[in-house]
Design a protein around this ligand. Structure first.
Ligand code: F6P
Length: 470
């Protein structure tokens, strides 16, 4: 077994097999921010990525990506149902997102969650060279840090949570709360998107474990676990160069022409997830149409809803509701050849996304709760022309950094409607001042800065960060 000095452990590999069950294998960049951006950086590093390749069954053998080795972990059909769709995405996901959907506490899922976490921990222990750093990602693998420490006390272990870490009132509902907490505290450094996450963890560590804890460090079992906020970001250079490609610029023009040269193009790009606030957005837009504040096809909304977790009940029901509502709105307010909403339940490649960003006057990002939201940052990175307006939920982690966006409370429909209108009506000077400020922030704090900051904090000698980001 080849071993590495840096191992990333994430539920997903940076590529996954998205072919239909009986189709030929089709490897594509995985959905989601982290895996998209991070693997490009790691492609220049002798690191190993441990993760699931999508689909059920034994782990496939996968080729390296540049210098990055890919080590797949297999999950059975039952593990997928109970670990990934069950405990991770029907218990932890809704609970960590303010319980905007009711979390399901099914006792039979816990065993599968532990078993899958053991599998990832075993794989990481196998591929990590002596004294290596292992960087564990996200809520799927919350038990891995402690499991890994037990197997390999020589390792430097980092854990980073991409989603919000909830306040004690919510976390305390979890039947396995103490084990989950102890699991993540097996790390040397626990990172969150926002400072609030570290604050919540300290409160929980005091209450559940009797630990001595501040927002920066937790003393447990004679060890110190450091904590902190590290807002994740995107590969700004990649998005900028896509947006500068002549074929992408042409495609953006074509999109506007295909939409009928509207005065205002509103765009939303989300995984089809109940945390993203798609229904609230549709209601607000439909009321604007009803009240005559906007008219189709003079104004259009392009809603990209990327298919996600489609076997989970909440997601299936949500898709039905959204598609019914889009049909209703188009039925009422569209005209022949001119719908009010262009709804796309598809995955797009990066160039097409960049073209959509260039074509949009307003990007509408209104999640009810979101760890970060990298679509907002991608839009800002793509707008090298300095134009475009961003409507951004206060409940997205990105709102901390992008406070020059048109910030909105998506639960408040009147605020949502007024903010959409304000963004559409903003003068060119206002749009460009806001965009310039956001571009400065995103450019300074890209995925390399995020990776460097996290790894420097994990290994304060700086050697680890230098080996990855140069
Ligand atoms: O942002 C949270 C997250 O779970 C990421 O870890 C992942 O890349 C993304 O959402 C997509 O979710 P999934 O891996 O379930 O398709």
């Amino acid at each position: 077994m080849r071993q590495s000095s840096l191992v990333v452990v994430a539920n997903r590999l940076p590529i996954d097999d998205n072919a239909p069950p009986d189709g030929v294998c089709e490897w594509r960049r995985s959905p989601g921010g982290l895996v998209g951006a991070l693997h490009d950086i790691l492609a220049h590093t002798p690191a190993t990525w441990v993760g699931w390749a999508g689909g059920a069954g034994p782990a496939p053998e996968l080729p390296d990506i540049g210098r990055l080795r890919i080590h797949a972990v297999g999950l059975s059909e039952a593990e997928l149902a109970d670990y990934y769709e069950g405990f991770a995405n029907s218990t932890l996901w809704p609970l960590y997102h303010d319980a905007v959907e009711q979390p399901v506490f099914d006792r039979s899922w816990w065993e599968a969650y532990q078993q899958a976490n053991r599998r990832f921990a075993d794989a990481a222990a196998e591929v990590a060279e002596p004294g290596a750093a292992v960087w564990v990602q996200d809520y799927h693998l919350q038990l891995v840090p402690a499991m890994l420490r037990e197997r390999r006390p020589d390792l430097l272990i980092g854990f980073f949570l991409h989603v919000p870490f909830p306040p004690p009132e919510l976390f305390m509902q979890l039947p396995r709360r103490t084990e989950l907490l102890r699991g993540m505290l097996g790390a040397d450094l626990v990172g969150f998107q926002r400072a609030q996450g570290a604050h919540n963890l300290a409160q929980l560590a005091r209450r559940l474990l009797g630990a001595k804890a501040t927002d920066r460090a937790i003393e447990l079992d004679g060890r110190t676990v450091r904590t902190g906020a590290f807002p994740v970001s995107i590969d700004v250079a990649e998005m900028q160069s896509l947006a500068a490609r002549p074929d992408v610029v042409r495609r953006a023009r074509q999109i506007r022409a295909d939409l009928g040269q509207p005065r205002h193009v509103l765009l939303s790009v989300d995984r089809l997830d109940y945390t993203k606030g798609i229904e609230h957005r549709l209601t607000a837009y439909s009321e604007l149409l009803r009240d005559g504040d906007v008219k189709a096809p003079d104004t259009v909304l392009v809603q990209v809803a990327v298919p996600s977790r489609e076997r989970v009940g909440h997601y299936r029901l949500l898709r039905d509701r959204i598609e019914r509502e889009v049909g209703r709105i188009n039925g009422e307010y569209g005209r022949v050849g001119g719908p009010a909403i262009h709804y796309l339940n598809q995955r797009f490649d990066r160039a097409e996304l960049a073209a959509l960003y260039l074509a949009a006057d307003v990007l509408v990002v209104t999640p009810l709760r979101d760890g970060m939201n990298l679509v907002a940052k991608e839009y800002v990175a793509a707008r090298t022309d300095g134009d475009g307006a961003l409507v951004l939920s206060e409940f997205a982690g990105a709102a901390v950094e992008l406070d020059e966006a048109f910030l909105v409370n998506p639960h408040d429909l009147d605020d949502l409607k007024a903010t959409l209108l304000a963004a559409m009506d903003a003068s060119a000077a206002e749009r460009s001042a806001r965009m310039a400020a956001m571009r400065r922030q995103v450019t300074r704090h890209d995925i390399r800065a995020f990776t460097r900051a996290y790894l420097r904090s994990l290994d304060d000698s700086g050697a680890l960060a230098a080996s990855v980001t140069g």
